[in-house]
Design a protein around this ligand. Structure first.
Ligand SMILES: *Cc1c(COP(=O)(O)O)cnc(C)c1O
Length: 252
């Protein structure tokens, strides 16, 4: 299933995306100039050899959105041998019964999709069984900025509460920021993406309510179609797949 498409040049794709990230970053306001957005290379459906190729080109942060696929890749012997410093981001919906599978993985770096108190509670409770002593698991809170029923994520009005809960009751978690997927197919020519505006205002609200430094609070927004736009709007973590690794086969 995971066969390499000969025409994909990962190094070239990666270089092009990094150049666009730099370009978009330079258009931002002065106070954002010092923040270089983090690129998470999303490898779902893509084979191990393309991951190794991107790693060899210097990429360190990688994202997967299915538990089983992340398990296969994070435990793959070639990845373990050749990508010792890889940092995995889980970016899909995490069911309670799969938490331990994710926490047990080598080089799990972040869960970007925490959207309930229950999930935060369980990650916090179980991380010490798996992580290095006294370490914290990085998490982001996923916000349903588009209000679409089928989307995961906490409602914008509940973000402050969940943030407060994580900060006060989850000592084994490090809250890295907020994440949104947003509405598909938004046309940037219609103006600033409302999902990105919403996530940013959630961040401002949280930082104000809890007295936090907004510069230490990442915003994970922007994918292949809109990562430059997202960066111009303040994204500090973009999740890019097909622009680097080529188009994915359509789901049947
Ligand atoms: C697949 C995926 C991406 C990357 O999508 P591309 O359009 O291929 O860049 C980003 N975020 C999430 C949550 C995804 O599932």
């Amino acid at each position: 299933m995971l066969r390499r498409m000969a025409e994909v040049d990962v190094k070239q794709g990666l270089r092009a995306v990094l150049a666009k990230i730099e370009q978009a970053s330079s258009k931002r306001s002065q106070e954002l100039q010092c923040i270089i957005p983090r690129l998470v290379a999303v490898t779902k459906t893509k084979p191990v050899e393309l991951i190794v190729e991107a790693y060899d080109a210097g990429q360190r942060h990688f994202g997967e959105n299915y538990v089983q696929e992340l398990e296969e890749k994070a435990q793959n012997s070639v990845i373990l041998e050749k990508c010792k410093d890889i940092k995995w981001h889980f970016i899909g919906h995490l069911q309670t019964n799969k938490i331990n599978k994710v926490l047990a993985l080598p080089n799990i770096y972040m869960v970007e999709t925490v959207d309930t108190q229950k999930l935060a509670t369980n990650l916090n409770k179980n991380w010490p069984k798996f992580g290095p002593p006294d370490s914290k698991l990085n998490i982001m809170i996923q916000v349903n900025t588009s209000g679409e029923e089928e989307k995961n994520g906490i409602l914008p009005s509940d973000v402050v509460n969940l943030t407060k809960y994580v900060l006060t009751d989850c000592p084994n978690l490090h809250l890295d920021g907020l994440m949104t997927i947003g509405r598909f197919g938004y046309n940037v020519e219609d103006g600033p993406n409302p999902d990105f505006i919403c996530l940013k205002s959630c961040r401002d609200e949280v930082c104000q309510a809890l007295g936090l430094d907004w510069k230490k609070f990442n915003l994970s927004m922007g994918m292949s179609d809109d990562f430059e736009h997202a960066i111009e709007m303040g994204s500090t973590n973009v999740r890019v797949g097909s622009s680097i690794f080529g188009a994915r086969p359509k789901k049947d």
